[in-house]
Design a protein. Structure first.
Length: 117
């Protein structure tokens, strides 16, 4: 399984960006996907994810500003980010929990999001 993330870039504070992450490969079933981020000098943290039950879970710092969505037919998860703040600057990674004879976790390559003040 390969995860390809796209949509990062440079944006001014208050602006918006949309990230996308597509899973490709064969012989797997996606259980759920989500987004994490890692800022310089900090640990990777959860941003938003679907749960195994199909619900959504957001970090408190992004709740109300970010929206996670998915297109199951395309094996793609999206992250719509609005009202961006400089503290949202980080490398954003998509994550997929899949089943292909056993449960496995995959990570995308990361996409840089930079929010200028």
């Amino acid at each position: 399984v390969q995860l390809q993330a796209s949509g990062g870039g440079l944006v001014q504070a208050g602006g918006s960006l949309r990230l996308a992450c597509a899973a490709s490969g064969s012989g797997f079933r996606i259980n759920y996907m989500g987004w994490y981020r890692q800022a310089p000098g900090k640990e990777r943290e959860l941003v938003a994810t679907f749960t195994s039950g199909g619900l959504t879970n957001y970090a408190a710092s992004v709740k109300g500003r970010f929206t996670i969505s998915r297109d199951n037919a395309k094996n793609t998860v999206y992250l719509q980010m609005a009202s961006l703040k400089p503290e949202d600057t980080a490398v954003y990674y998509c994550n997929a929990v899949v089943w292909d004879s056993r449960t496995r976790v995959y990570w995308g390559q990361g996409t840089q999001v930079t929010v200028s003040s």
